[in-house]
Design a protein around this ligand. Structure first.
Ligand code: ADP
Ligand code: MG
Length: 245
């Protein structure tokens, strides 16, 4: 098991957003987190990458156990060197080129020199089909291309896992395909990914595991084929529109 979280809880004011989430992700697995808007999916993903501090929770990463509420800055920094996060809204630097967006973190956070960073950066842009656009600024790129640059930034540092929070939901429908196809090829290459998405068909065909959340709890999780054909819970069947159940 690469990553496991147990009993993750998070509230905002009087709202209990995560009510004790358990989940695990194996190396090489593409796990998709599905659920209605407001279920707590973004909050869960952000807690798993320490963009939010949960109220309680345990993280087991590569066999090492951490209290998620008491991680030191150094432990979090070290964890961040092994993870990457792709945001719904791309989060690119608008005043930097595609290549600079990819190399920035390699230079600043990882201490690569400019030549090493550019080599890695070009490889990553090649991987998402954008090496010819390396000198383009975000405003010169379509939304789909901007998200592919963000994915290049994520993969450039060879993370052990990438978290994706609805990577296509800010895109016009005709641009979602190019982003999903890059993600599909990463999955085919064995990249470990935890993906929040509303793209059910993509989830069905790319993921190994589905985690279905609602109201701050995991309703059901399991292998994708089982979840789409014979889930244990009526609610899962209804959400995934499994017929004959
Ligand atoms: N920073 C925040 N402050 C207050 N409430 C929040 C915050 N972030 C999320 N919420 C609330 O938590 C609930 C779950 O949000 P979220 O994790 O974004 O769900 P999802 O991604 O499944 O749509 C929603 O009711 C949302 O309004
Ligand atoms: Mg969300």
């Amino acid at each position: 098991m690469l990553l496991e979280v147990k009993n993750v809880k998070k509230h905002f004011k009087s709202l209990d957003v995560l009510k004790g989430i358990d989940l695990s992700i194996d190396t090489g697995e593409a796990a998709v987190i599905l659920g209605p808007s407001g279920a707590g999916k973004t909050t869960l993903l952000r807690c798993m990458n320490f963009l939010e501090t949960p109220d309680s929770g345990e993280l087991i990463f590569e066999g090492q156990r951490y209290d998620m509420t008491h991680m030191s800055k150094k432990e979090i920094r070290n964890y961040h060197l092994q993870t990457a996060f792709v945001f719904q809204s791309f989060n690119l630097f608008l005043n930097k080129t595609a290549l600079q967006n990819v190399t920035e973190g390699l230079i600043i956070a990882r201490g690569l020199d400019k030549n090493q960073a550019e080599k890695k950066g070009l490889e990553a842009l090649e991987r998402v089909g954008l090496v010819t656009h390396k000198d383009h600024f975000p405003h010169q790129l379509s939304g789909g291309q901007q998200q592919r640059v963000a994915i290049a930034r994520a993969i450039a540092a060879d993370p052990k896992i990438i978290f994706f929070d609805e990577p296509t939901s800010a895109l016009d429908p005709e641009l979602t395909g190019e982003v999903l196809s890059v993600m599909r090829s990463l999955a085919d290459d064995g990249m470990t990914m935890a993906i929040v998405t509303h793209e059910i068909e993509f989830a069905r065909t790319v993921s190994n595991k589905i985690i279905f959340m609602e109201n701050g709890v995991v309703v059901e999780s399991g292998p994708t084929a089982k979840m789409f054909t014979n889930p244990d819970k009526e609610r899962t069947a209804a959400f995934l529109k499994v017929t004959g159940k």
